[in-house]
Design a protein around this ligand. Structure first.
Ligand code: NYM
Ligand code: MG
Length: 214
């Protein structure tokens, strides 16, 4: 019998919502239950393209806005062969940010529309589940200062949040909104239970393509 495919699980949200913490905890829990699982994150700063992105985010270099948008997308596409291979082998992937961050962050800049921003990522492997860690700006502020990277200001993050809300209206994507203001443990339990369901469902379904009609 062919092995059952792994699930593509994505965590999204504005900066400081707790995505990275929750991705790590989810991977740990799945490992403990014997589920083959690996974590990925975008941008993946380890590749040549990822290094260009990292230097831009750290404000060590400037890039034209369309150009950096396409680099973020290219950074996902370059990992697609590896992602597909892992999923086919039965490994579940827990991914810290994906194309939704790509579209939300660039379309929060002046002069960009959401539709244009989505296009380079059309056809990427479609997540079986996208969990949006919801945190109000007031609650985010309680978590302390923003970091030093590009985009890490409250004005920009509010614009990003609005773009995420537009993206979440798309019912072709399996969105789950998670209340990220709860304790780390409570958020984790919520995320783990949605993930178990998604893994079970994905086993019997082919991997889809993001933002296509097919
Ligand atoms: N970001 C991330 C984008 O602008 N476009 C993308 O496609 C992706 C995946 O990069 N502020 C932004 C969101 C974050 C930053 O931060 C990456 P981190 O802390 O490495 O997730
Ligand atoms: Mg960050």
């Amino acid at each position: 019998m062919a092995c059952k495919r792994g699930a593509l699980i994505v965590l999204e949200g504005v900066d400081r919502a707790g995505k990275t913490t929750q991705c790590n905890k989810l991977v740990q829990t799945l490992q403990q239950s014997g589920q083959p699982v690996e974590m990925m994150r975008f941008p993946d700063r380890s590749t040549t393209i990822g290094q260009l992105i990292s230097s831009y985010l750290e404000k060590k270099s400037d890039l034209e806005d369309h150009t950096v948008h396409l680099l973020f997308s290219a950074n996902r596409w370059e990992l697609v062969p590896l992602m597909k291979k892992k999923l086919e082998q039965g490994t579940t992937l827990v991914v810290d940010r994906y194309a939704f961050s790509g579209a939300a962050f660039t379309s929060a800049k002046p002069g960009f529309c959401l539709d244009w921003c989505k296009q380079p990522d059309v056809g990427l492997p479609k997540p079986d589940l996208v969990m949006f860690l919801q945190l109000s700006p007031a609650e985010a502020a309680l978590r302390g200062q923003f970091g030093e990277e590009r985009y890490e200001t409250s004005v920009f993050q509010k614009a990003v949040q609005q773009k995420f809300e537009q993206l979440m209206k798309d019912s072709s994507v399996n969105w789950q909104v998670i209340d990220a203001s709860q304790s780390v443990e409570d958020v984790h339990e919520n995320i783990a239970s949605h993930t178990h369901n998604a893994i079970n469902k994905a086993q019997n379904l082919p991997l889809g393509q993001l933002w296509t009609r097919t």
